[in-house]
Design a protein around this ligand. Structure first.
Ligand code: HEC
Ligand code: HEC
Length: 362
């Protein structure tokens, strides 16, 4: 019974994979075609299209719906007259690239922005969209969806649950890509340009988070939000000084049979994080609650099949340690820092590595 389910799952996975590959060429062509129009819209500088309500996909028709323009109109009428213009002006004042305020915070490396923007428009808009809302022209064909940067929420980070990502987390994602998703690796883009891209993604994300918070605040309080307050909160969240990193508390313990055995025991232990409840005791991603989850962007999400050896955030011991300790933000895979001792996390890492090795050996 269990093996029947997992075969069906594997089949579905590979069909999806080849469909995604097959579609990639013309998706890129489409992206290249549409990019100039997006740039034009961006240059106009009007607030239309700059408000990132989350991209909502209708699972029946697979259509992406961008409700933000409608929303602003409704908010204005019902909640706070002048809201749209207020947010547009505040966004320019606090997060515009000419903003002296933003410059003084020291949270953004301005020198990197022009090149970051240029490279983002060449390599990234087709999927992530000009405003970073994850709604690029290719997005509707992709699963998982390209990230919407406008919520400040990133999955693969070395920081604790409350912190925004470090620059080097984004750098790693951009450099290596995310295995098992359509997010490509950009090793061939030179290193300086990848850092420029990191800075541009950070800036898009701060600006988006600010606009989103302004909108949410207006909705909650039914009045024009206090822009200075909200800008201050966003900058605090992103300031490198406020990002708490999760580092391995001890060096990697020996990766031997005893460690794998302990890892297996913890994996199936309710008191040690209940990994099995989502990932299944054999790690196939078929635990009792596996079908129950959505991610914070509103899409269904399944626990990973850990026997496949495909790890988005990397398969090295230190990568897996980071994933287990920091969790995957915005998904049901929480952070286990504190709940597990560092040496227990290393045992889990070794057990997980043994699962895909076993699979390959068969
Ligand atoms: C072909 C589509 C595609 C292109 C092109 C693309 N991405 Fe992505 N990107 C994705 C997908 C899909 C995800 C989400 C994967 C997931 O949720 O696991 C993603 C996620 C990300 C993330 C979030 C990682 C996290 O921790 O949440 C960052 C940052 C990112 N991409 C940056 C970029 C940059 C910068 C470029 C251009 C240099 C780029 N992407 C180009 C598809 C793409
Ligand atoms: C509540 C459900 C849940 C629990 C409990 C859980 N996970 Fe996960 N895990 C997930 C989901 C969902 C994903 C896939 C996230 C994604 O697609 O981005 C995942 C992904 C992973 C990955 C893949 C990371 C990558 O780079 O692709 C690893 C490794 C992992 N989990 C290990 C563990 C370990 C070890 C435990 C127990 C300490 C655990 N998980 C507990 C839901 C869970």
């Amino acid at each position: 019974m269990a093996s029947k389910t997992s075969t069906a799952q594997a089949g579905r996975g590979s069909r999806r994979g080849s469909a995604a590959l097959g579609g990639l060429f013309w998706l890129l062509a489409l992206a290249l075609f549409v990019a100039p129009f997006l740039r034009e819209r961006d240059n106009i500088g009007s607030y239309e299209g700059d408000f990132g309500r989350d991209v909502v996909a209708d699972s029946e028709t697979d259509k992406i719906d961008l409700p933000f323009e409608v929303d602003v109109a409704n908010y204005e009428k019902d909640i706070a007259p002048g809201l749209g213009a207020h947010i547009a002006a505040a966004s320019e004042q606090y997060f515009g690239l000419e903003s002296p305020w933003l410059r003084d915070t020291g949270a953004v490396e301005f020198l990197r922005i022009p090149s970051g923007k240029q490279n983002f428009e060449i390599h990234c808009v087709g999927c992530h969209g000009a405003t970073g809302d994850g709604g690029g022209p290719a997005a509707r064909y992709l699963e998982p969806r390209p990230r919407n940067f406008r919520r400040g929420l990133f999955k693969f980070t070395s920081t604790d649950a409350a912190s925004r990502p470090q620059r080097r987390d984004l750098f790693q994602t951009i450099t290596r890509g995310l295995a098992g998703s359509s997010m490509p690796e950009f090793r061939l883009v030179n290193e300086e340009k990848r850092w420029d891209l990191v800075e541009y993604v950070r800036w898009l994300s701060m600006k988006g988070e600010f606009e989103q918070m302004m909108l949410d605040d207006a909705y909650e309080n039914e009045e024009l939000p206090d822009a200075a307050d909200i800008a201050g909160i966003v900058i605090k969240r992103w300031h490198p000084a406020n990002l708490r990193s999760i580092f391995p508390g001890v060096n990697e313990t020996p990766n031997d049979a005893a460690s794998v055995e302990r890892g297996k025991k913890y994996f199936n232990d309710v008191a040690k994080g209940s990994c099995y409840s989502c990932h299944g005791s054999s790690g196939k991603g078929d635990g009792p609650t596996a079908g129950d989850y959505e991610d914070d962007w509103g899409y269904p999400i399944r626990p990973r099949d850990l026997t496949a050896g495909t790890f988005r955030a990397g398969a090295e011991s230190v990568d897996l340690y980071r994933t287990i300790a920091a969790g995957i933000k915005g998904t049901p895979m929480g952070s286990f820092e504190g709940a597990l001792k560092p040496e227990e996390i290393w045992d889990l890492v070794h057990f997980i590595q043994s699962l895909s090795k076993k699979e390959l050996a068969q």
